[in-house]
Design a protein around this ligand. Structure first.
Ligand SMILES: [Fe+2]
Ligand SMILES: [Fe+2]
Length: 308
């Protein structure tokens, strides 16, 4: 018999408590203000009568700039994410402690990136503010109805975010930006570990239902910022630059997490669990083909661009 959501939440509570202890012993306190080069700042037009932002102010390559905006707008939607996980995980006991701790940690990501971009004039602050309003006004609603699906989603999503931040930092060619994004990526990694360990415990409790949840999430995974205006074009530029693409998604996000859960070594699944696992394997094989084709085409595009 499949466990109910309430039973799963209850059974996982001690795992959440243990993971919280582990998380708190590993998380290092850090201060966003220490990562911002304040002395580079200048007044803008408006209240202080300084200079308006202009294109030539930004020293960042276009792809890094676009990726920073996507990452920041994604972080900005934290109130909606909080609402979603607080609704599913609850705000009591160890679950609640985690929900609030996680929210507090995520809260500094948007603050730090926005300060960095504003002080260094890396992006147009007016366009950025308008984009933030539009994006937050549309909110974020999870596509996933069950706790297991949400746990699977955040396990992959935290790792995806980690990789996106880290590679954006590298692509920026800016030492300060890279340092800040590496610091944020370290937070995302700890979040991933938390969720990944929880889902691993869920596999012990109800392997068939958990396998189905994992398969459904892998097959439908979208980045949390995919509702950002113009996301498809932005994502293409980000992928062309190798900041985040299908190859990375498969090799550095999906496969390492699936391997940690040992999904292909599990024994004793019932027919529904086996069926889910087969679907997962098929999907991964198809994705492998698409990713390989993408990398080939990208290399061709780059070679053509270099010839011009
Ligand atoms: Fe974050
Ligand atoms: Fe995170």
């Amino acid at each position: 018999m499949a466990m109910t959501q309430t039973q799963l939440l209850h059974e996982l509570e001690p795992v959440v408590a243990g993971e919280l202890d582990r998380h708190n012993s590993m998380a290092k306190e850090w201060f966003p203000h220490e990562y911002i080069p304040w002395s580079e700042g200048r007044d803008f037009d408006g209240v202080y009568g300084g200079e308006a932002w202009q294109d030539s102010d930004s020293k960042l390559p276009e792809a890094a700039r676009i990726s920073l905006i996507v990452n920041l707008l994604t972080e900005d939607n934290l109130p909606s994410y909080h609402h979603e996980i607080a609704t599913t995980f609850g705000r009591d006991g160890a679950w609640g402690t985690w929900v609030h701790r996680w929210t507090a940690e995520e809260g500094r990501h948007g603050v730090a990136i926005r300060d960095y971009l504003t002080v260094t004039r890396a992006v147009d602050p007016v366009a950025l503010e308008r984009a933030r309003m539009t994006h937050m006004e549309s909110g974020f609603i999870t596509e996933y109805g069950t706790m297991l699906e949400q746990l699977a989603y955040v396990s992959f999503q935290e790792l995806a975010t980690r990789i996106a931040h880290r590679n954006t930092g590298r692509a920026s060619g800016d030492e300060g930006c890279e340092r800040l994004l590496a610091r944020i990526a370290a937070d995302e990694n700890l979040h991933m570990l938390f969720y990944r360990n929880l889902l691993k415990a869920a596999f012990e409790l109800d392997p068939n239902q958990t396998m189905r949840a994992v398969t459904d999430v892998v097959k439908t995974f979208q980045m949390p910022g995919s509702s950002i205006e113009g996301f498809t074009r932005k994502a293409m530029i980000i992928a062309h630059e190798g900041i985040y693409d299908l190859r990375l998604h498969l090799d550095d996000v999906l496969m390492p997490v699936l391997k940690q859960w040992a999904v292909f070594d599990k024994t004793g699944l019932d027919a529904s669990g086996e069926q889910a696992r087969e679907e997962l394997a098929e999907f991964l094989a198809k994705t492998e083909t698409t990713a390989a084709r993408f990398v080939e085409r990208r290399a061709e595009r780059k070679a053509r661009a270099a010839m011009r």
